[in-house]
Design a protein around this ligand. Structure first.
Ligand code: SF4
Length: 265
Protein backbone atom coordinates (compact mmCIF):
# COMPACT_ATOMS: atom_id res chain seq x y z
CA UNK A 1 0.00 0.00 0.00
CA UNK A 2 2.99 2.28 0.45
CA UNK A 3 1.76 3.15 3.94
CA UNK A 4 4.22 3.99 6.69
CA UNK A 5 4.28 1.89 9.85
CA UNK A 6 3.59 4.03 12.91
CA UNK A 7 2.94 1.63 15.78
CA UNK A 8 0.95 -1.47 16.80
CA UNK A 9 -2.63 -1.05 18.01
CA UNK A 10 -2.61 -2.13 21.66
CA UNK A 11 -4.92 -4.87 22.97
CA UNK A 12 -8.26 -3.30 23.91
CA UNK A 13 -7.40 -0.05 22.14
CA UNK A 14 -9.69 1.59 19.57
CA UNK A 15 -8.01 3.87 17.05
CA UNK A 16 -10.41 6.40 15.58
CA UNK A 17 -9.74 8.29 12.37
CA UNK A 18 -12.25 11.10 11.81
CA UNK A 19 -12.46 14.76 10.84
CA UNK A 20 -10.38 15.61 13.92
CA UNK A 21 -7.52 13.37 12.82
CA UNK A 22 -6.24 10.20 14.47
CA UNK A 23 -6.93 9.58 18.13
CA UNK A 24 -7.38 6.52 20.31
CA UNK A 25 -9.14 5.27 23.40
CA UNK A 26 -8.26 2.34 25.60
CA UNK A 27 -11.72 0.72 25.56
CA UNK A 28 -10.79 -2.29 27.68
CA UNK A 29 -7.95 -2.31 30.15
CA UNK A 30 -5.20 -4.80 29.38
CA UNK A 31 -3.00 -5.59 32.34
CA UNK A 32 -1.47 -8.82 31.09
CA UNK A 33 -0.16 -9.47 27.58
CA UNK A 34 -0.60 -12.95 26.10
CA UNK A 35 0.27 -12.80 22.41
CA UNK A 36 -0.55 -16.05 20.58
CA UNK A 37 2.81 -17.74 20.02
CA UNK A 38 1.28 -19.71 17.13
CA UNK A 39 1.32 -16.47 15.14
CA UNK A 40 5.12 -16.82 15.04
CA UNK A 41 5.06 -20.55 14.33
CA UNK A 42 2.46 -20.81 11.58
CA UNK A 43 -0.28 -18.24 11.32
CA UNK A 44 1.39 -14.93 10.52
CA UNK A 45 2.97 -14.06 7.22
CA UNK A 46 6.76 -14.34 7.48
CA UNK A 47 7.20 -10.65 6.71
CA UNK A 48 4.95 -9.60 9.61
CA UNK A 49 6.21 -7.57 12.55
CA UNK A 50 4.16 -8.15 15.70
CA UNK A 51 4.87 -6.15 18.86
CA UNK A 52 8.37 -5.43 17.57
CA UNK A 53 9.13 -9.10 16.83
CA UNK A 54 9.81 -9.90 13.17
CA UNK A 55 8.23 -13.25 12.31
CA UNK A 56 10.94 -14.10 9.78
CA UNK A 57 13.72 -13.49 12.33
CA UNK A 58 11.93 -15.51 15.04
CA UNK A 59 11.27 -18.48 12.74
CA UNK A 60 14.87 -18.49 11.52
CA UNK A 61 16.06 -18.46 15.12
CA UNK A 62 13.76 -21.40 15.93
CA UNK A 63 15.53 -23.31 13.15
CA UNK A 64 18.95 -22.36 14.54
CA UNK A 65 17.87 -23.49 17.98
CA UNK A 66 16.77 -26.85 16.52
CA UNK A 67 20.37 -27.47 15.42
CA UNK A 68 21.63 -26.73 18.94
CA UNK A 69 19.11 -29.20 20.36
CA UNK A 70 19.15 -31.80 17.57
CA UNK A 71 22.13 -31.82 15.23
CA UNK A 72 21.57 -34.42 12.49
CA UNK A 73 23.99 -35.81 9.90
CA UNK A 74 22.31 -35.21 6.56
CA UNK A 75 22.94 -34.19 2.94
CA UNK A 76 20.14 -31.65 2.62
CA UNK A 77 17.86 -29.50 4.75
CA UNK A 78 14.40 -28.93 3.36
CA UNK A 79 11.01 -27.79 4.57
CA UNK A 80 7.34 -28.43 4.46
CA UNK A 81 6.46 -25.27 2.50
CA UNK A 82 5.68 -22.52 3.16
CA UNK A 83 5.48 -22.11 6.90
CA UNK A 84 8.40 -24.48 7.66
CA UNK A 85 10.74 -22.82 5.17
CA UNK A 86 12.12 -19.97 7.25
CA UNK A 87 13.00 -22.29 10.16
CA UNK A 88 14.59 -24.72 7.67
CA UNK A 89 16.78 -21.90 6.33
CA UNK A 90 17.81 -21.16 9.93
CA UNK A 91 18.65 -24.84 10.42
CA UNK A 92 20.71 -24.88 7.22
CA UNK A 93 22.58 -21.70 8.19
CA UNK A 94 23.45 -22.98 11.66
CA UNK A 95 24.34 -26.54 10.62
CA UNK A 96 26.15 -25.75 7.36
CA UNK A 97 24.02 -28.38 5.54
CA UNK A 98 22.73 -26.96 2.23
CA UNK A 99 19.06 -26.02 1.90
CA UNK A 100 17.14 -27.51 -1.03
CA UNK A 101 13.51 -27.47 -2.12
CA UNK A 102 12.45 -31.10 -1.69
CA UNK A 103 8.76 -30.26 -2.06
CA UNK A 104 7.15 -27.73 -4.34
CA UNK A 105 3.87 -26.23 -3.29
CA UNK A 106 0.95 -25.77 -5.60
CA UNK A 107 0.06 -22.12 -5.08
CA UNK A 108 -3.61 -22.55 -5.86
CA UNK A 109 -4.49 -24.87 -2.95
CA UNK A 110 -5.35 -23.50 0.52
CA UNK A 111 -4.13 -24.47 4.00
CA UNK A 112 -4.88 -28.12 4.82
CA UNK A 113 -5.35 -28.24 8.55
CA UNK A 114 -8.23 -25.77 8.44
CA UNK A 115 -10.22 -27.83 5.93
CA UNK A 116 -13.27 -29.47 7.49
CA UNK A 117 -12.94 -33.21 6.89
CA UNK A 118 -10.14 -35.79 6.82
CA UNK A 119 -11.05 -36.76 3.26
CA UNK A 120 -10.61 -33.19 2.03
CA UNK A 121 -7.36 -32.86 3.97
CA UNK A 122 -6.03 -36.13 2.44
CA UNK A 123 -6.77 -34.93 -1.04
CA UNK A 124 -5.38 -31.50 -0.17
CA UNK A 125 -1.90 -32.84 0.70
CA UNK A 126 -1.58 -34.72 -2.59
CA UNK A 127 -2.73 -31.75 -4.59
CA UNK A 128 -0.67 -29.30 -2.61
CA UNK A 129 2.85 -30.75 -2.55
CA UNK A 130 5.02 -32.40 -5.16
CA UNK A 131 8.52 -33.86 -4.53
CA UNK A 132 11.47 -32.95 -6.75
CA UNK A 133 12.76 -36.48 -7.37
CA UNK A 134 15.86 -35.43 -9.27
CA UNK A 135 17.46 -33.81 -6.19
CA UNK A 136 16.21 -36.36 -3.65
CA UNK A 137 17.33 -39.83 -4.76
CA UNK A 138 19.68 -41.42 -2.22
CA UNK A 139 19.77 -38.32 0.02
CA UNK A 140 19.55 -38.09 3.81
CA UNK A 141 17.07 -35.25 4.31
CA UNK A 142 16.33 -33.09 7.35
CA UNK A 143 12.74 -32.02 6.83
CA UNK A 144 11.67 -29.06 8.93
CA UNK A 145 7.98 -28.51 9.64
CA UNK A 146 6.55 -25.71 11.75
CA UNK A 147 4.25 -27.93 13.82
CA UNK A 148 2.53 -31.31 13.94
CA UNK A 149 -1.12 -31.20 14.93
CA UNK A 150 -2.79 -34.47 13.90
CA UNK A 151 0.23 -36.09 12.24
CA UNK A 152 -1.70 -37.26 9.19
CA UNK A 153 -0.09 -34.70 6.85
CA UNK A 154 3.41 -35.51 8.13
CA UNK A 155 2.92 -39.21 7.43
CA UNK A 156 1.89 -38.55 3.85
CA UNK A 157 4.80 -36.21 3.28
CA UNK A 158 7.36 -38.69 4.65
CA UNK A 159 5.91 -41.39 2.39
CA UNK A 160 5.99 -39.01 -0.56
CA UNK A 161 9.70 -38.39 0.03
CA UNK A 162 10.50 -42.09 0.41
CA UNK A 163 8.60 -42.87 -2.80
CA UNK A 164 10.74 -40.19 -4.48
CA UNK A 165 13.91 -42.12 -3.48
CA UNK A 166 15.01 -40.35 -0.28
CA UNK A 167 17.29 -42.58 1.85
CA UNK A 168 16.56 -41.08 5.29
CA UNK A 169 13.92 -38.60 6.46
CA UNK A 170 14.61 -36.80 9.76
CA UNK A 171 11.56 -34.76 10.69
CA UNK A 172 12.38 -31.78 12.88
CA UNK A 173 9.58 -29.63 14.20
CA UNK A 174 10.33 -25.98 14.96
CA UNK A 175 7.82 -25.85 17.83
CA UNK A 176 7.01 -28.07 20.83
CA UNK A 177 4.39 -30.87 20.79
CA UNK A 178 0.81 -29.52 20.63
CA UNK A 179 -0.77 -31.08 23.74
CA UNK A 180 -3.80 -28.90 24.43
CA UNK A 181 -6.59 -27.40 22.31
CA UNK A 182 -7.02 -23.67 21.73
CA UNK A 183 -10.13 -22.10 23.23
CA UNK A 184 -9.43 -18.65 21.83
CA UNK A 185 -10.49 -19.11 18.22
CA UNK A 186 -7.56 -20.88 16.54
CA UNK A 187 -8.86 -24.10 15.03
CA UNK A 188 -5.88 -26.35 15.82
CA UNK A 189 -8.04 -29.40 16.70
CA UNK A 190 -10.03 -31.00 19.46
CA UNK A 191 -7.85 -32.62 22.12
CA UNK A 192 -8.72 -36.14 20.97
CA UNK A 193 -7.19 -35.38 17.56
CA UNK A 194 -3.88 -33.98 18.80
CA UNK A 195 -1.38 -36.75 18.16
CA UNK A 196 1.14 -35.57 20.76
CA UNK A 197 -1.56 -35.52 23.46
CA UNK A 198 -2.15 -39.25 23.16
CA UNK A 199 1.13 -40.71 21.84
CA UNK A 200 4.70 -40.91 23.13
CA UNK A 201 7.43 -39.51 20.87
CA UNK A 202 8.58 -42.92 19.61
CA UNK A 203 5.00 -43.92 18.79
CA UNK A 204 4.56 -40.73 16.76
CA UNK A 205 7.82 -41.39 14.91
CA UNK A 206 6.71 -44.92 14.05
CA UNK A 207 3.33 -43.69 12.91
CA UNK A 208 4.85 -41.02 10.70
CA UNK A 209 7.57 -43.49 9.60
CA UNK A 210 10.38 -40.97 9.85
CA UNK A 211 13.92 -42.15 10.64
CA UNK A 212 13.98 -39.70 13.54
CA UNK A 213 11.61 -37.12 14.98
CA UNK A 214 12.43 -34.17 17.20
CA UNK A 215 10.41 -31.23 18.46
CA UNK A 216 11.94 -27.92 19.57
CA UNK A 217 11.69 -27.48 23.34
CA UNK A 218 9.42 -24.77 24.75
CA UNK A 219 12.44 -23.08 26.35
CA UNK A 220 14.31 -23.25 23.03
CA UNK A 221 11.40 -21.72 21.16
CA UNK A 222 11.12 -18.87 23.64
CA UNK A 223 14.80 -18.03 23.07
CA UNK A 224 13.81 -16.97 19.54
CA UNK A 225 12.05 -13.87 20.90
CA UNK A 226 13.22 -10.55 22.31
CA UNK A 227 10.09 -10.41 24.49
CA UNK A 228 10.08 -12.45 27.72
CA UNK A 229 8.27 -15.80 27.67
CA UNK A 230 5.56 -14.40 29.97
CA UNK A 231 4.39 -12.07 27.17
CA UNK A 232 2.97 -14.98 25.16
CA UNK A 233 0.11 -17.43 25.28
CA UNK A 234 1.63 -20.88 24.78
CA UNK A 235 -1.32 -22.79 26.19
CA UNK A 236 -1.49 -25.33 23.37
CA UNK A 237 1.99 -26.44 24.44
CA UNK A 238 1.93 -26.06 28.23
CA UNK A 239 -1.78 -25.97 29.14
CA UNK A 240 -1.36 -22.65 30.95
CA UNK A 241 -4.35 -20.74 29.64
CA UNK A 242 -3.86 -16.99 30.26
CA UNK A 243 -7.58 -16.43 30.81
CA UNK A 244 -10.08 -19.03 31.94
CA UNK A 245 -11.37 -21.34 29.24
CA UNK A 246 -15.09 -21.53 28.38
CA UNK A 247 -16.02 -24.16 30.94
CA UNK A 248 -14.72 -24.58 34.46
CA UNK A 249 -14.42 -28.34 34.23
CA UNK A 250 -12.15 -28.00 31.16
CA UNK A 251 -9.88 -25.63 33.02
CA UNK A 252 -9.54 -28.02 35.96
CA UNK A 253 -9.06 -31.01 33.70
CA UNK A 254 -6.23 -29.52 31.69
CA UNK A 255 -4.47 -28.24 34.77
CA UNK A 256 -4.69 -31.70 36.32
CA UNK A 257 -3.32 -33.37 33.20
CA UNK A 258 -0.37 -31.03 33.08
CA UNK A 259 0.50 -31.77 36.69
CA UNK A 260 0.26 -35.49 36.02
CA UNK A 261 2.61 -35.21 33.03
CA UNK A 262 5.21 -33.10 34.80
CA UNK A 263 5.03 -35.53 37.71
CA UNK A 264 6.66 -38.16 35.47
CA UNK A 265 3.58 -40.04 34.29
S1 SF4 B 1 -3.81 -21.73 22.90
FE1 SF4 B 1 -2.21 -21.84 21.29
S2 SF4 B 1 -3.23 -21.24 19.36
FE2 SF4 B 1 -4.57 -20.62 21.08
S3 SF4 B 1 -4.04 -18.46 21.50
FE3 SF4 B 1 -2.78 -19.74 22.88
S4 SF4 B 1 -0.87 -20.12 21.72
FE4 SF4 B 1 -2.38 -19.38 20.27
Amino acid sequence: MGAEFVRDVAPGEIVIIDENGVHSVQAISSEKRALCVFEFIYLARPDSVIDGETVNVARREMGRQLVREYPVEADMVSSVPDSGTTAAIGYAEESGIPFGEALIKNRYIGRTFIQPSQKLRDLGVRLKLNPVKEILVGKRVVLVDDSIVRGTTSKKIVKMLRDAGVKEVHLLVSSPPVLYPCFYGIDTSAKGELIAASHEMEAIRQRIQADSLHYLSLEGMMKAFKMPAGSFCAACFNGEYPISVPCNTCSGKYKLERETRSGGA
